[in-house]
Design a protein around this ligand. Structure first.
Ligand SMILES: O=c1ccn([C@@H]2O[C@H](COP(=O)(O)OP(=O)(O)O[C@H]3O[C@H](CO)[C@@H](O)[C@H](O)[C@H]3O)[C@@H](O)[C@H]2O)c(=O)[nH]1
Length: 490
């Protein structure tokens, strides 16, 4: 009889906070199902990952990050530390130089590899997976609505006849949906996208199509028609296994509450609702835009907790003094989930990065959308027009993309925090939160989807040996018999 061996998934996140954090949660969910997990990362990113997984037995393997990459300062191994997003392509392309080390690692791990889960931006890993005959599942970090819209744009070109970036066009098969080219980030807003970014993304897209599945940090009820559509028209098969943030462990060690959490406690005691403000880890605001936002927040009279690290310190000292009682500015990394789940937080002024979206909805917090880059404008459409869980701040030029004035920020913050529209949103957000919870508990759609995914990758054998449960934290997948055959002997 072959040796007993449980499935072993190798997870290789892209070096970017918004792409890594959800995959660490996924690793935890796989561990809860008795799947062995190895995370591949770089030397520079590993301390952070090790710290975040310190309570877990997930294995972490470090590979050296390529050196002397055109324009990328030495030591920068994560996109949020890039001095400019213009360096994104050299940074992302340089990861291909890790291929040999990655393949050596795959071959030399103690346990044979059942499946590779890697980021869409690490498209080259598809070739490595194919070389060893290992299934590769892709993770892009995006929701399936935006993924589908980008794919429709690429394949069906519904925007081909538009005269301007703001001319609305219909989306085939979705007659109620209208988008503009400005919903898509450059170069995809062009009718014929060209250049190194376009070429790079087409390459990643081809690698995705050759892969064995797409893991989505979402849940079926949130984007059901787009999940079905994707699975019928495109592929690879989308597995909605989120919100992955449900796997975030509770902090059990007694640590002193950070000042901003104490401030939130105080606001809650005063009965003062708080707007949480954060624009994620990648977007950069111009100092002019920052000034409009600060003025708008100040005039709205709302209490705000604003996480603002690198952007425009130039304008903020004065602002901080003026609004000291109502606005708390935090300049370091925060536990965003903890903030969103605080009882005082009643709204989120957000850039609509997908993780922030799912975290906010899971915490029952409606969103005031201020999209900036990447697929965030498309996410904002989903939240505001498709799902009714958000309001949107509109630029003054009538487009969905452009400069936002202070009076618009003020008006929309008031509407979200005190207005009727804000009230209506809250009911819808509550419904979505309930659906998100239902999806992830035992028997829910995401819970089942992850179990089916494991079965699918393991050739249906795993569930015959294990009954899944996420309730027992000690032994979450219960072996039904002792004679477990090798699931993936090489
Ligand atoms: O101080 C902080 C700042 C961020 N976060 C976390 O960092 C993640 C940020 O992710 P996201 O909200 O998606 O923002 P970005 O990092 O900007 O996301 C990039 O990646 C996402 C996933 O692909 C895309 O949806 C976005 O458009 C893209 O900008 C979330 O889990 C946050 O909870 C913290 O915990 N503390």
């Amino acid at each position: 009889m072959a040796p007993i061996s449980a499935p072993h998934f190798v997870i290789f996140p892209f070096m970017s906070q918004g792409h890594t954090i959800p995959l660490l949660y996924l690793g935890r969910l796989l561990r809860q199902r008795s799947v062995a997990v190895t995370i591949i990362t770089t030397v520079g990113n590993s301390p952070c990952i090790r710290d975040s997984l310190r309570d877990s037995d997930i294995k972490i393997v470090e590979l050296p990050f390529p050196q002397e990459i055109n324009g990328v300062p030495p030591g920068v191994e994560s996109t949020d530390k890039l001095p400019s997003m213009a360096l994104f392509i050299p940074f992302a392309n340089s990861t291909q130089l890790m291929q040999q080390d990655f393949e050596d690692t795959i071959q030399n791990l103690d346990q044979s590899v059942t499946c590779i889960i890697s980021d869409t931006i690490l498209g080259w890993t598809q070739k490595s997976a194919a070389k060893f005959g290992i299934p590769r599942l892709v993770f892009s970090g995006m929701g399936i609505f935006s993924t589908t819209m980008y794919q429709i744009l690429l394949k069906n070109r519904p925007h081909a006849g538009t005269v301007s970036l703001d001319t609305p066009f219909l989306i085939p098969d979705f007659p109620k949906l209208k988008l503009t080219r400005n919903d898509f980030d450059p170069p995809f807003c062009e009718i014929e996208p060209t250049g190194e970014f376009a070429d790079f993304m087409v390459e990643q897209s081809i690698a995705m199509e050759k892969s064995d599945g797409l893991i989505v940090n979402s849940f079926y009820d949130l984007e059901s028609i787009y999940v079905d559509y994707w699975n019928q028209k495109f592929g690879p098969k989308a597995w909605c296994v989120g919100p992955l943030c449900v796997a975030k462990p509770q902090c059990t060690t007694a640590v002193e509450k950070p000042l901003h959490m104490q401030w939130l406690d105080g606001k809650f005691e005063e009965g003062e609702p708080v707007l949480y403000v954060s624009f994620g880890t990648q977007a950069k605001l111009s100092s002019e835009q920052l000034l409009e936002i600060t003025t708008g927040l100040e005039n709205s009279q709302a209490s705000c907790l604003w996480v603002l690290r690198s952007e425009g310190g130039k304008y903020l000292p004065g602002f901080e003094k003026k609004v000291k009682k109502r606005v708390m500015i935090v300049r370091e990394w925060v536990d965003q989930m903890e903030i969103l789940n605080h009882k005082a937080v009643k709204g989120f002024l957000s850039h609509c990065g997908w993780n922030s979206v799912v975290e906010s909805l899971s915490a029952n917090v409606p969103i005031l959308a201020f999209p900036m880059i990447a697929e965030q404008h498309v996410n904002a459409r989903l939240l505001v027009e498709e799902t009714g869980v958000g309001l949107r701040i509109s630029p003054s030029n009538g487009s969905c993309r452009g400069f936002v004035e202070a009076k618009e920020v003020e008006k929309m913050v008031k509407e979200l925090m005190e207005g009727e529209k804000g009230m209506t949103l809250r009911q819808k957000v509550e419904e979505i939160r309930e659906a998100a919870c239902a999806a992830t508990v035992d028997g829910g759609s995401s819970w089942r989807s992850l179990n089916f995914l494991i079965d699918d990758v393991c050739g249906k054998r795993f569930s015959q040996m294990y009954s899944y449960s996420t309730k027992n934290e000690e032994l979450l997948a219960r072996p039904l018999g002792q004679d477990i055959l090798a699931i993936n002997s090489k």
